[in-house]
Design a protein around this ligand. Sequence first.
Ligand code: PGA
Length: 247
Amino acid sequence: MRQPILVANWKMNTTRDDAVALARAARETAAATDTEIVLCPPYIWLEAVAGSLDGGPVRLGAQDGHPEPRGAYTGEVSMRQVAALCTHVIVGHSERRRLFGDTDEVVAAKLRAAREAGLTPILVVGEDESSHAAGRAAEVVVRQLESALDGAPSGGLVLAYEPVWAIGSGRPAGPAEAQAMAALLRGALRPLGADADGVRVLYGGSVRAETFGGFMEQADIDGALVGGASLEPAQFAAMAHRAAARA
Ligand code: PGA
């Protein structure tokens, strides 16, 4: 049985005080559930959040990382630097792909660098609105998965299916639709030689506590990648408890 996992993507939100308060709340939640929790704050608060987590069960993740280990890349933070504080890193989020030009090749390089640095990548795939409307969602996400793994399937991996049209829109995918995509992705891992049955597959995109239960009832969905609702401690705690109920 795969342990449920909840990943909080705070994006470019939170003050330092917000970040510390959310971390403390997550720590209390983690003590009361079996759900694995990974918090992904902005880089600038990683150290403060690490201090608040104080070696407890909550894991720390970065929202991104540069594939080169060091060098003249103004404004960037390398996977290797991230690994000094984090166990996880988000790779391939649609906001990185869409707003910052992360191509499939860049995503593959980041995934490789994350693993080399000893981080577990949280690989995000998902189709945009027009691909969805054209019935090309499956084709898009499998291509994103295969190109990101680029012949290096083994090693730690968390996979998140996030349809771009569902992110921040208040319009999540239906649980059955998300399940179909999660099953498809798990199936696509098999021929790549990955541990398809062991990989946790998450749903992401406008998940809230009220809708999360429907996703957790699905056979291939092991948790969620949560944006907006992860900034609300009561929402996040409710989801962690619901996820643990499946464990
Ligand atoms: P959302 O974001 O939960 O606010 O839709 C999810 C994400 O982008 O990871």
